[in-house]
Design a protein around this ligand. Structure first.
Ligand code: MN
Ligand code: MN
Length: 470
């Protein structure tokens, strides 16, 4: 028997692991340029509403039409639907019979943040503050003493929509939550990390000058703030009840590292997948299967609500497409779902060498190693997981291997350490084949998340290959 060189044998049999930056024929310029546009995007789109605005500009500029303004649709047509200013579905109609199923990439555009309570403004010891109610899974200690900006909309008594964005421009003021100084923190220091900063202490400092008057009145600082808001926006205190105001980090996304290989920025969960999946769709011309990008809201709090993945708004969009192409009929969408392929494009935890004890090294996602295919999420018992079928995982890995897409297969941390979920299970409930497939992130849900530029560009290519596949 001929003896095979063991090095060659190893190469043949082992699962390859490669740092993406070491790939042959890598166009680093292309990667860097793509990331520049991405950095601009996450700086301009810090809330789901701002994402919808920025991305609909891109859709309009690339020949996509609002589906409500179209008559019949034919192969090659590009359409989108905006659901209540907060989430988007976009599609390119395929030339194949729509009965054969869709290729869908789904990401989410909401991110953890601090929302205002309905009655937010109060004055205490001549400081004006906003009460907040945090949105999504945050480590509260990370959100104090960082610059915050104010984004959102207020509906006034006469049904005017006032849009607010303060803290992003160089000349804008910022806001912050004042933490306790170390000198007086001996009690706080002994608390558990999760209790050290209470939800009710996430009060944002918004002003300190009393309203100028000789009259004896109380709450003069609060009055002064309301007066400023009234002069600038016409607001009165009660208008906050019909508002959606989000405070997010007023930090600019930037290249990170001497080699500028990484991106640090707020909201990359999951705007890194949202941006790359939509950018990939913009490049799809005349696909065989109808290609769809869905960008959901409310993933971070369980996907409920009429802009979340659990809403039937997505079906509404798909049924509109059927109406305008082959004609809809009862049961048709269910039939199509059975033949539909979905990538649930959501970020996952990158391996963090500062915390080796949390991870199981053989089954983690590594920064710069490409897109992570996550067969199942969930927790210790796989509870709550949508577990992709081997046949579908096989299809996806072969697609990626044939198209030179860097991918890795992982879980998230050791068994029992924690867990997480995505929109995958909600789509799986409809009968589609679905697998989680996204970019690994360091410091997920923090005010300053970290991704690899290689992974960003690679994700864009992965989604493009997936949309196009017949
Ligand atoms: Mn996510
Ligand atoms: Mn998340």
């Amino acid at each position: 028997m001929e003896k095979i060189n063991p090095k060659e044998l190893k190469e043949k049999l082992f699962r390859p692991k490669q740092n993406g930056w070491e790939k042959e024929n890598l166009d680093k310029n292309q990667i860097m340029n793509f990331s520049k546009e991405y950095i601009d995007f996450i700086n301009n789109a810090k809330t789901e509403r701002e994402c919808v605005k920025e991305l609909s500009k891109l859709l309009n500029a690339n020949g996509f039409k609002n589906i409500e303004e179209t008559q019949n649709l034919k192969a090659g047509d590009k359409i989108y639907y905006i659901n209540r200013y907060k989430n988007i579905y976009a599609a390119v109609i395929g030339s194949d019979d729509l009965n054969k199923g869709f290729n869908i990439v789904g990401a989410h555009i909401d991110s953890p943040r601090l929302d205002l309570k309905p009655n937010p403004l109060f004055e205490d010891t001549e400081l004006a503050m906003f009460k907040t109610h945090y949105y999504g899974g945050i480590k509260k200690y990370q959100w104090v003493n960082i610059p915050l900006s104010m984004h959102g909309v207020v509906m006034t008594k006469d049904n005017q929509k006032i849009e607010i964005n303060i803290g992003e421009n160089e000349d804008d003021p910022i806001f912050t939550i004042a933490d306790l100084l170390p000198h007086l923190s001996s009690k706080q220091n002994k608390k558990k990390l999760e209790d050290a900063i209470e939800g009710e202490n996430l009060n944002i400092l918004v002003g300190s000058i009393p309203y100028e008057t000789k009259e004896e009145i109380t709450e003069k600082v609060k009055l002064n703030i309301l007066n400023i808001l009234n002069q600038k926006y016409g607001l009165v205190e009660r208008d906050f009840v019909s508002s959606e105001i989000e405070f997010v980090p007023a930090l600019k996304a930037k290249s990170l590292g001497f080699d500028q290989s990484l991106v640090a920025g707020y909201g990359q969960d999951d705007r890194v997948c949202a941006y790359t999946s939509l950018k990939a769709l913009l490049d799809i011309e005349n696909p065989k299967r109808t290609s769809i990008c869905l960008l959901a809201d409310k993933e971070e709090i369980g996907s409920m609500g009429n802009t979340g993945m659990s809403s039937r708004s997505f079906e509404y969009f798909l049924e509109k497409i059927l109406d305008k192409t082959i004609g809809n009929k009862p049961g048709l969408l269910d039939e199509i779902f059975q033949k539909t392929r979905v990538l649930s494009a959501d970020v996952t935890a990158g391996y963090n060498p500062n915390y080796p004890e949390i991870y199981e090294k053989n089954n983690e996602s590594y920064i710069g190693h490409g897109i992570s295919l996550i067969k199942y999420t969930g927790s210790a018992s796989k509870g709550g997981a949508s577990d992709a079928n081997a046949e579908f995982v096989g299809y996806i890995r072969n697609l990626f291997e044939q198209n030179d897409i860097a991918y890795q297969n992982s879980e998230m941390g050791k068994i029992g350490i924690g867990g997480g979920g995505t929109i995958a299970y909600i789509l799986a409930d409809k009968g589609v084949d679905v697998i989680d497939c996204g970019v690994p992130v360091l410091s997920m849900h923090s005010p300053y998340e970290i991704t690899s530029k290689f992974d960003i560009y690679n994700a864009y290519n992965a989604y493009k290959v997936f949309y196009k596949d017949e």
